[in-house]
Design a protein around this ligand. Structure first.
Ligand SMILES: *[C@@H]1O[C@H](CO)[C@@H](O)[C@H](O)[C@H]1NC(C)=O
Length: 193
C-alpha cells in the first residue's frame, strides 16, 4: 500500500511538472527576437587585377565594412542567447566579405545595438567581375546582397523548457568606394523571414 502511494505521488509530480512546462512553453513561444538592420559603413573597397590560387587571371575584390543592427528581446520572463550564421556580402553568388555575430546573452525586455566587421581580402570574382565598372573619377560601384540568419535561444526553465528561433535576413544594397558615409537601411530595405 505504501509503495503504491509512493508511485502515485511520483506520477502526480511528473504530470504536474509536464503540464507546468507545457504552459510555460506555450507562453514563451510568441516571443521572438526582433532584428533591424541599421547601417553598413564601407571603410574601404578596392578592385584590382590579380589571379586566384591556381594562377587564373581575374578581377579581385578587397572590402572592409561594418554592419550595425539592433536586436530586441521582447520576452517578459526570460533572457536569450543570440548569435548569427556567417554574415555574407554576396556578389552574384560569390561571398566577397564575411563576418559573424559572436554569441552573447541578452536579458529580458532589452534592446541592444551590435556591430559586426565584414571583411574580404583579395576575393577572385571570375566572370562576374566584368560587370563591375569604374567611373572616370575612379569610383567603383558594386550591387550586392547582404545575407545571414540570426539564431536566438532561450532557456526558459533551465534545460526543461527551451525556445529556439531563426530569422533569415536578406538586404539588397549598392556599395561604392567614394567615401565612408554609412548606408542607412529603412524598415522595408530588408526581408526578415
Ligand atoms: C577594417 O576597418 C576597421 C575600421 O577602420 C579597422 O579597425 C580594421 O582593422 C579593418 N580590418 C581589416 C581587416 O582591414
Amino acid at each position: 500500500m505504501r509503495r503504491c502511494q509512493g508511485l502515485i505521488a511520483v506520477f502526480t509530480f511528473v504530470v504536474v511538472l509536464t503540464v507546468f512546462c507545457l504552459i510555460i512553453w506555450g507562453a514563451s513561444r510568441p516571443f521572438k527576437a526582433e532584428v533591424a538592420v541599421k547601417s553598413l559603413t564601407v571603410h574601404n573597397l578596392y578592385i584590382g587585377e590579380g589571379s586566384d590560387f591556381t594562377g587564373v587571371p581575374t578581377k579581385i575584390l578587397t572590402v572592409n565594412s561594418t554592419l550595425r543592427m539592433s536586436i530586441y528581446n521582447p520576452a517578459t520572463f526570460f533572457g536569450i542567447h543570440v548569435h548569427s550564421t556567417p554574415i555574407n556580402l554576396v556578389f552574384s553568388d560569390i561571398s566577397v566579405a564575411t563576418g559573424e555575430l559572436k554569441k552573447y546573452y541578452q536579458p529580458r525586455k532589452s534592446h541592444r545595438m551590435v556591430s559586426v566587421n565584414l571583411v574580404g581580402k583579395k576575393v577572385p570574382l571570375y566572370g562576374a567581375g566584368s560587370t563591375i565598372t569604374e567611373s572616370q573619377t575612379g569610383v567603383v560601384v558594386v550591387s550586392l546582397k547582404l545575407k545571414f540568419e540570426i539564431v536566438s535561444r532561450g532557456n526558459v526553465v533551465g534545460k526543461l523548457v527551451r525556445t529556439k528561433h531563426h530569422k533569415e535576413i536578406t538586404c539588397p544594397l549598392v556599395i561604392d568606394s567614394s567615401g565612408s558615409k554609412p548606408i542607412k537601411f529603412k524598415k522595408n530595405s530588408c526581408t526578415y523571414d
